[in-house]
Design a protein around this ligand. Structure first.
Ligand code: ATP
Length: 345
């Protein structure tokens, strides 16, 4: 059992104890960039929460809705027919005000007024920083690891990655077909401001000649040389997968090649996939992962296991303290970076 105490904005001291099975009203929100599978996670949270006998509330527009009291009760029917939908029926938002203590106090006041006793946060790195900040103020929070960037410590694979990866891969496969017909090199830019995971795995699965990610330093002249050599080896196409946060993004690479009159052998084209990667219908892997994550999150709340992130570790659904999640940086597998280079021969 966990006992918490915090002071509301109006000065009222709130004291409550959790984990003894009496939880009555729990809220769920989606925050940060949307990821395929968020709806399946909402559905799972609502239905497993209802099975515990709770009232489950949806918070609209992430932390912004917490601060403005945008809560709505969710029934089992409200989450019918959404398991296959991309995006999030609750809406998501960036809410900088929540990064301040005043903003979070505002949210605590709204929770107290609405009788909300615990919160489940479906989101990525920034969102779980918010979960941890709220948890440190004494409010019961459980996070669900969800971001297409896969840059969240505490989950080997986050919700949405698998679907986003398959969408990027389909685009790459199609581009390779046309590239081969015209002996072209394609620069394909995928999402990933700080993490190269999506680019790395798309590149390996798509058979890229080069993969450019924020974690690895490179010069465009080296990439030009690699493409020239690939052309001379008789390759029908050259594929370079670029993470948006790489030292040079796809457009910067094109500009560099043009300004420096680099003769690659191949003709050059660039495609930026952008938000296309987010909007897809979640695949079977993400729907099932979301369902298991949602069930684990409500179980954690039921048991009074607060301040944790639900994630996937070695095939099992696990919880990791949010303090650990937010103080560690997930590393890319260096072996995979080397493997990608070997396979590009
Ligand atoms: P993705 O990486 O998939 O886009 P994310 O969850 O990392 O998702 P962010 O935009 O980084 O997305 O964060 C979402 C929201 O989380 C922010 O708008 C803000 O409200 C909250 N947040 C971020 N960092 C903090 C922090 N340090 N403290 C409190 N709240 C935070």
């Amino acid at each position: 059992m966990v006992e918490i105490r915090y002071t509301r904005l109006d000065g009222f001291e709130v004291f409550a104890s959790y984990g003894d099975g009496y939880m009555k009203r729990v809220a769920v929100l989606t925050s940060g960039g949307d990821a395929p599978g968020m709806n399946a996670a909402i559905r799972s949270v609502v239905r497993t929460g209802l099975a515990y006998g709770w009232e489950v509330y949806g918070v609209e527009h992430g932390y912004r809705g917490c601060m403005s009291g945008q809560f709505r009760p969710m029934t089992a029917r409200d989450v019918g027919g959404i398991i296959q939908l991309g995006g999030t029926i609750l809406g998501s938002a960036r809410a900088p005000a929540f990064e301040t203590e005043e903003g979070r106090r505002e949210a605590l006041r709204e929770f107290a007024q609405a009788g909300i006793e615990a919160l489940i946060v479906i989101g990525g790195n920034g969102s779980q920083q918010g979960s941890q900040a709220l948890s440190e103020m004494g409010f019961p929070v459980v996070g669900i690891a969800s971001t297409i960037d896969n840059d969240l410590y505490g989950s080997e694979i986050t919700l949405g990655v698998d679907t986003a990866l398959n969408i990027a891969l389909e685009a790459v496969d199609r581009l390779k077909v046309t590239a081969s017909s015209h002996q072209r090199a394609f620069l394909v830019e995928v999402m990933g401001r700080d993490s190269g995971y999506l680019a790395l795995m798309t590149g390996i699965a798509g058979g890229a000649e080069a993969i450019l990610i924020p974690e690895v330093d490179f010069e465009p002249a080296e990439i030009a040389q690699e493409l020239r050599e690939a052309y001379q080896r008789g390759k029908a196409h050259g594929l370079v997968v670029v993470a948006e946060g790489a030292k040079y993004n796809a457009q910067a690479m094109v500009d560099y090649f043009r300004e420096n009159h680099e003769d690659l052998g191949f003709g050059l084209r660039a495609t930026i996939l952008g938000h296309v990667q987010r909007g897809g219908m979640p695949g079977a892997f993400d729907r099932n992962l979301a369902t298991r994550f949602g069930a684990k999150a409500t179980e954690a709340i039921h048991k009074g296991d607060f301040g944790v992130l639900v994630g996937l570790t070695k095939g099992a659904i696990t919880t990791t303290p949010l303090s650990e999640v937010t103080s560690n940086v997930k590393q890319l597998d260096a072996g995979l970076i080397e493997l990608a280079k070997t396979l590009a021969m």
